[in-house]
Write a protein that binds this ligand. Structure first.
Ligand code: DCP
Ligand code: MG
Length: 359
């Protein structure tokens, strides 16, 4: 199994030094393209190998002087090593260049960049001979769902990365709305921004409510508040289907059962477009208090870190972990946790800070 410790990240300064190697950036992009192409073909397993390899490379503690130095790293299989060798020798990878020119890959990438369009829909559109947004929007037999309609409507804005400054501005807006509907609730930023990223594709927030049951009523009220402020552009409220007795799921892709909502909000501020607002994707999750630590850990990501932490729990510790809880298979018990530190302790791991989870 992957050693969680390989993901421990390096300081920003060290990164600046070793990221100067231009071929290294090409290599990371190449691994991303190879992984993505396999995902578009439904090959999750092999694509993970490329993603893990990219993660290990990103988290190296020292500057690389040449690509040959990657030869002794973990998680780099024969295939990855062959790619590294080709890139060191030729400066590029023929398979990657081929994929980048492939019509199917390019179309799948374009279509799946729309909010609400997953690989299945993208593939369906591709198989019908559609290649551009214009063709999709003019195809009478295609009925977009509400999410996809919003995805096209706000495409330009929500494809643009959200900055940390914008995320902080949104935090104030979300906090104001949450406190207005429940003064005892608190809001924390999670997802990539909690891991210290400077940009994200959305802003993720987790809401903590002190009393049982409040987690079920707070999100509809917050959405109403945004509506009354005329900043709600889209909302998809998913009510809780959470049950305290549920065992953790084995399927990683499965969504958690907490009350949550996927939103598009209007963020005021001068834009390059000349408008005085932009649309931003915002996710809110409201878990019950006794499962808050698990939800926070799960929503802090990164996705690959979460996946490998679960794998580590299962294979190395005989425990099942998901966004809801940690379950000990040996004793058939749920392990309670008030903080993320408690969860790492249950797993026999030293605490891993959010900024160290950028796998
Ligand atoms: N997550 C989850 N269940 C969901 C949605 C997200 O467990 N239904 C987890 C996966 C990620 C984290 O929450 O680890 C945040 O999801 P994002 O897709 O927003 O990913 P990031 O915030 O890490 O990256 P980005 O900068 O692209 O937003
Ligand atoms: Mg995010």
């Amino acid at each position: 199994p992957v050693e969680i410790r390989h993901y421990i990240q390096v300081s920003a300064l060290e990164k600046l030094i070793w990221q100067r190697l231009p071929l290294f950036h090409y290599l990371l992009d190449a691994l991303e393209v190879l992984a993505e192409n396999l995902e578009f073909c439904g090959n999750q397993g092999p694509s993970l190998a490329f993603r893990r390899a990219a993660s290990v490379l990103k988290s190296l503690p020292e500057a690389l002087r040449c690509l040959e130095e990657t030869q002794h790293l973990p998680c780099l299989g024969e295939h990855c090593r062959a790619i590294i060798e080709e890139i060191s020798e030729c400066g590029s990878c023929s398979r990657v260049e081929e994929i980048l020119n492939d019509e199917r890959y390019r179309t799948m990438k374009l279509f799946s960049s729309v909010f609400g369009v997953g690989p299945k829909t993208a593939e369906n559109w591709f198989c019908r001979g559609l290649r551009t947004f214009e063709q999709v929007l003019n195809e009478p037999s295609i009925r977009l769902n509400r999410m996809q309609t919003a995805g096209f409507l706000f495409y330009e804005d929500i494809s643009k990365p959200v900055s940390r400054t914008e995320a902080s501005a949104l935090k104030i807006i979300v906090e104001e709305a949450v406190i207005c509907v429940n003064p005892s609730a608190t809001v924390s930023i999670t997802g990539g921004f909690r891991r210290g990223k400077e940009f994200g594709h959305d802003v993720d927030f987790i809401i903590k409510t002190p009393e049982a049951g409040q987690e079920d009523t707070i999100l509809p009220a917050v959405i109403e508040r945004f509506k009354s402020q005329s900043i709600l552009l889209y909302s998809d409220l998913q009510e809780s289907t959470f049950d305290l007795r549920q065992l953790p799921t084995h399927r990683f892709e499965a969504m958690d059962h907490f009350s949550k909502c996927f939103l598009i909000l209007k963020l005021k501020g001068e834009q390059e477009t000349g408008r005085d607002w932009r649309a931003v994707r915002v996710d809110l999750v409201a878990p019950p208090l006794e499962r808050y630590a698990y939800a926070l850990l799960g929503w802090s990501g990164s996705t690959l870190f979460e996946r490998d932490l679960r794998r580590f729990a299962r294979l190395e510790r005989g425990k099942l972990l998901d966004n809801h809880v940690l379950y000990d298979k040996a004793t058939n018990t749920f392990l309670p946790a008030n903080t993320e530190e408690d969860i790492f302790a249950h797993l026999g791991l030293e605490y891993i800070e959010p900024w160290q989870r950028n796998a």
